[in-house]
Design a protein around this ligand. Structure first.
Ligand SMILES: *Cc1c(COP(=O)(O)O)cnc(C)c1O
Length: 410
């Protein structure tokens, strides 16, 4: 008899987005004329940059000729893209990451999920609360947690991110733990809170991880939204991070690639974990092995599109789109602050994290019924998200301005 992987049954049904859809549909059915504005979207709304579209069209034409046809590409990605990423994302910022430490993929979500294959079954894991659910659920599926009780999985260490720590936990909170986490997931600029970590805060984690012989899994999916000078764009801006961190990058939010699918993971040479005998084992060859065995590369057309993001035109166009989203965030943030709400995020991130002085879902309902506005209840991202809602700046300007008017009328 074939047995299933019972770890899947431990996963809390993805209550959040189904419950939102249910409540929105019910409201729309009861009020057929209501013009609902969705400020809960975690997906981009603006089209691809013209330079990207042009490069992808050209790549399609390449595939249509015998001379310039590309079949299977290198599993780690084409050199033309890895070289550009190494130059523009790292070298130009004074960060020491080489092209052969960059592994192109079909997105950061897959890489975040796949990376834990490199580690032993019994590793201890720490995540933020609230959290991007991928870090948690992929480890649950792999059997690295116990059952869920009261919204938290047994065996996971939850790092509370709230107003008391500015939504950035310090490794000092781990001092009381009997077992130090081996893997710590950090995401800055953060989804869902929109908070950013300073260099000193990230350096504290890097110092902790080196000392603990632990690994930081750093998700920099929103790096391109950083505008505040001095906020690190990469964990590798911290001294010693090459020895204790893997970084995930994505073109999804950077350049509207959520539907195109491309990102990359950085695994520095010399970065090690340990075998049962306590000897160090380099992770980069292991990730190379994993990718060459289980992944056949992002498409040639996609990688040509991603390459175009680094051209002068592509860079200017994608920056303009992010500036547009950031202006949306700024407008909503100013309006909410003007109404007396405490709001985090939005300066270096497309997300606003709003303290609603009460129950997340009750506030969600109030906005839906009173203003036809959809948000995301913070409680859906973890216990520490209760009392907050997430508002996304991924929307048209017209919708954002209309939403602000409706907030003010409430
Ligand atoms: C959107 C997002 C990603 C990007 O995932 P892709 O698979 O590259 O689209 C990664 N991490 C976080 C936290 C995100 O919000």
């Amino acid at each position: 008899m074939l047995h299933v992987n019972e770890n899947y049954s431990k996963i809390q049904a993805s209550y959040l987005f189904t419950e939102i859809a249910h409540r929105v549909n019910e409201h729309q059915a009861a009020n057929p004329g209501a013009k609902i504005i969705r400020l809960g979207i975690g997906d981009v709304t603006e089209p691809l940059a013209p330079a990207v579209v042009e490069a992808m069209h050209k790549a399609v034409d390449d595939e249509a000729t015998r001379e310039r046809f590309h079949g299977y590409g290198p599993e780690q990605g084409y050199a033309f893209l890895r070289d550009k990423a190494a130059e523009f994302d790292f070298a130009k910022r004074g960060i020491d990451i080489a092209a052969d430490e960059i592994f192109i993929s079909d997105g950061a979500k897959c890489d975040c999920g796949n990376i834990q294959e490199l580690f032993a079954q019994d590793v201890a894991i720490a995540v933020g609360d609230p959290v991007y659910p991928v870090y948690v659920d992929t480890n649950v599926m792999a059997g690295r947690t116990l059952a869920n009780a009261g919204g938290r999985y047994g065996g996971l260490v939850y790092l509370t991110c709230d107003a008391s720590n500015g939504f950035v936990p310090s490794p000092k909170v781990l001092e009381g733990e009997t077992k130090k986490p081996d893997l710590v997931y950090l995401c800055y600029p953060n989804n869902p809170t929109g908070a950013v970590a300073t260099k000193a805060q990230l350096q504290e984690w890097v110092d902790w991880a080196r000392d603990a012989k632990s690994l930081i899994l750093f998700d920099a999916a929103y790096e391109a939204f950083i505008r505040t000078p001095g906020i690190p764009h990469s964990i590798y801006e911290c001294e010693g991070a090459r020895e204790c961190a893997i970084e995930f990058r994505s073109y999804s939010k950077t350049a509207g690639f959520t539907g195109v699918r491309c990102g990359y993971t950085v695994v520095p040479k010399g970065l090690c974990a340990y075998n049962a005998a306590g000897e160090s084992v380099e992770l980069r060859p292991m990730w190379t092995r994993r990718q060459t065995t289980k992944f056949n590369g992002a498409s040639y057309i996609t990688q040509r599109g991603a390459e175009a993001i680094y051209s002068p035109e592509g860079a200017a166009q994608t920056k303009a789109t992010i500036d547009f989203y950031l202006e949306n965030a700024k407008l909503v943030k100013a309006a909410l602050k003007g109404m007396g709400y405490a709001v985090t995020g939005g300066d270096d991130s497309p997300y606003l994290w709003v303290d609603v002085n009460g129950d997340s879902w009750a506030f969600f309902d109030k906005l839906l019924k009173g203003a036809n506005i959809v948000t995301t209840p913070g409680a859906g991202f973890g216990r520490a998200g209760e009392g907050y809602i997430r508002i996304s700046a991924f929307n048209s300007r017209a919708n954002v301005l209309e939403a602000i008017e409706r907030f003010k009328k409430m």
